[in-house]
Design a protein around this ligand. Sequence first.
Ligand SMILES: [Zn+2]
Length: 227
Amino acid sequence: MGCSIVFTSMEQGKPASPSQLEHQRRTRSMLEDCSALIVDGHFVYASGHHGPGWIAKDVINMDPTRPHALGRMLAEAIEESGCELDLVCGPAIGGVISAQYTALALGVECVFAERVRIDDSEEFRLKRGYDEVVSGRRVLVVDDVINTGHSTKLVLSAVAAAGGEVVAVAAWISRGNVGVESFGVDTFIYLDEVLLPSHAPETCELCARSVPINTRYAHGAEFIAKN
Ligand SMILES: [Zn+2]
């Protein structure tokens, strides 16, 4: 079972611009250099499916020069898109780092939304007076890695609930499982797209070959404890 890493344009149906290709090349090279992109492991994802690939985004953040550089590239891409905004909002915890460095490069303010549990469901909220800060303003939502877009959509709801207008979504990396249309905005900008295949445990070739499950990242440790 191989791990497909696909090199694509950021805007569906449009050829990538020279700067987009350069951003993509630099982002991929950074992921590889710091070993944040793992393609030959055996991981258990939040969905319960298994696959060989993982993006260890916490490794990226260990050296602040990396989120700094990624934030500058995102800011360039946002400026190139012509998107006009007033401030940036990211989801706590990890997304705050990508949001802060992007806001720094754009020269705008930055706030964050926090995950709250309500019975069995979850949502994001703007606390600390940030709800008043975003009210009536144009907001760019920034995250590090967007997979299904579930958390991102919750942040969009939090901004809308506070009276802010989300004008675009941006991320370092899209896992290719969500498109701009599902965010209800005109612009979804990301620097690189990394597609990682996954399979139900019953059809997992890595399990069939007894490849050890990674317990450091994702949900491998829980999976092993239950089985
Ligand atoms: Zn497996």
